[in-house]
Design a protein around this ligand. Structure first.
Ligand SMILES: NC(=O)c1ccc[n+]([C@@H]2O[C@H](COP(=O)([O-])OP(=O)(O)OC[C@H]3O[C@@H](n4cnc5c(N)ncnc54)[C@H](O)[C@@H]3O)[C@@H](O)[C@H]2O)c1
Length: 354
């Protein structure tokens, strides 16, 4: 059992975390509880949550459909409507029981309902345990643009129960690991070395704990992403654009899968524009390729990916701004990139995976 202190709340990790949650609920005395989950977390995680705390016996459960498409204004409206009908008030608590989709959406809904009510995250996917549940970024997608509507509002607590991983499909384990590898690349060369040498997933509790500890250290220093927090977006300028372009097509990728491609493309840009050496580039690309087996991106998508990169939240003055690596464990934020360079990075990516 481990506790990390974050910005005004605690992150509880381990087998005791649901007991800690029960204690938290006893201390806080909320007027009512609304558990947001999707069909998978309803089946696999809700029973354990409900049996961990008598306080939640009358909680209302709001179920959304699983998947990125639920990070949508219409779904958010449906939840607000339900909260109004069920008379949620300023002292109500929203409990996000799920992966990053549930915590991004549920956190956003809570952060503006009645000008903001409390919410907590109980992450159930590897990606949300290792990354999304901490840091207070909430939001939804709008049209083709990912995470473009949102808020930064810290949860009141994060309770990480590794047992939930038992039912998580293998594809989603790898998906979450992508963000872990990113965390190591930007901030911890030793951790990256350990990840590079991994041969199986026996160490998930360790890698999640390490990853969320690294993230928490960064967001505590820069909660509003004015400066170093931008580093967490390594791989995301190209990655988000790819994820958005493929959303709803037969080639749709999970968030982490798109970020792997983004990291490989942006590692090449780091070699071109920053201090990353050819040896480091080859090392990073070969580790990511071996671990994640990413597929080529058809050139018919290139223009749309470049266009969407121009819409990225990190941009400024119509320039694409990217996080690049100076080396493993060292980064540079706000590097200006041209559309042509993005195109070339995609060509490089395809040349190494084809
Ligand atoms: N806010 C942030 O800081 C942040 C950081 C990284 C990613 N994100 C966002 O997170 C989202 C991706 O998160 P995700 O990969 O967790 O997606 P997700 O919430 O869709 O979960 C992945 C899948 O796993 C299922 N699932 C979750 N837990 C399960 C369990 N214990 N057993 C069985 N099935 C389970 C879900 O139902 C879903 O089908 C993206 O929208 C991304 O933008 C946010």
């Amino acid at each position: 059992m481990k506790t990390l202190k974050s910005i005004g709340y605690s992150i509880e990790l381990g087998s005791d975390s649901l007991r800690q949650l029960n204690q938290f609920l006893k201390n806080e005395n909320y007027s009512s509880y609304f558990i947001i989950c999707d069909e998978n977390t309803l089946n696999h995680c809700l029973p354990a949550l409900l049996s961990s705390s008598m306080i939640l016996k009358d909680a209302e459960v709001i179920e959304i459909e699983s998947g990125e498409a639920s990070k949508d204004l219409e779904i958010a409206s449906h939840i607000w409507q339900t909260l109004i009908e069920l008379k949620a008030d300023k002292q109500s608590l929203i409990i996000n029981l799920g992966g990053g989709v549930v915590s991004d959406l549920g956190g956003f809904v809570a952060s503006v309902y009645k000008r903001g009510i409390d919410f907590i995250n109980i992450p159930t996917s590897l990606l949300s345990m290792a990354d999304a549940s901490v840091g207070g970024k909430t939001g939804i997608d709008f049209g083709a643009v990912k995470n473009v509507i949102g808020t930064i509002k810290q949860p009141k607590g994060v309770f990480i129960n590794f047992d939930f991983l038992k039912s998580l499909p293998e594809r989603h384990v790898n998906n979450g690991l992508a963000e872990v590898y990113k965390m190591a690349l930007i901030s911890d060369a030793q951790f990256w070395k350990k990840l590079s040498d991994r041969t199986n997933d026996d160490d998930l509790e360790y890698v999640i704990t390490k990853s969320i500890t690294l993230k928490n250290t960064i967001v505590k220093k820069d909660p509003l992403e004015k400066n170093i927090r931008k580093a967490l977006n390594f791989g995301h300028t190209v990655g988000h654009a790819i994820e958005s372009v493929l959303l709803g097509t037969k080639n749709e990728l999970l968030h982490g899968e798109a970020i792997v491609i983004g990291m490989m493309a942006e590692a090449w840009l780091s070699y071109q524009k920053k201090g990353l050496t050819k040896t480091e580039l080859n090392y990073i690309v070969s580790v990511l390729k071996t671990k994640f087996n990413p597929q080529a991106i058809h050139t018919s998508y290139t223009n749309a990916i470049v266009d969407l990169s121009l819409n990225d939240k990190k941009n400024s003055k119509n320039e694409i701004r990217c996080v690049l690596l100076n080396g493993v464990g060292d980064y540079k934020i706000d590097v200006a990139i041209t559309p042509v360079q993005i195109k070339k990075a995609l060509e490089y990516y395809n040349s190494v995976v084809e």
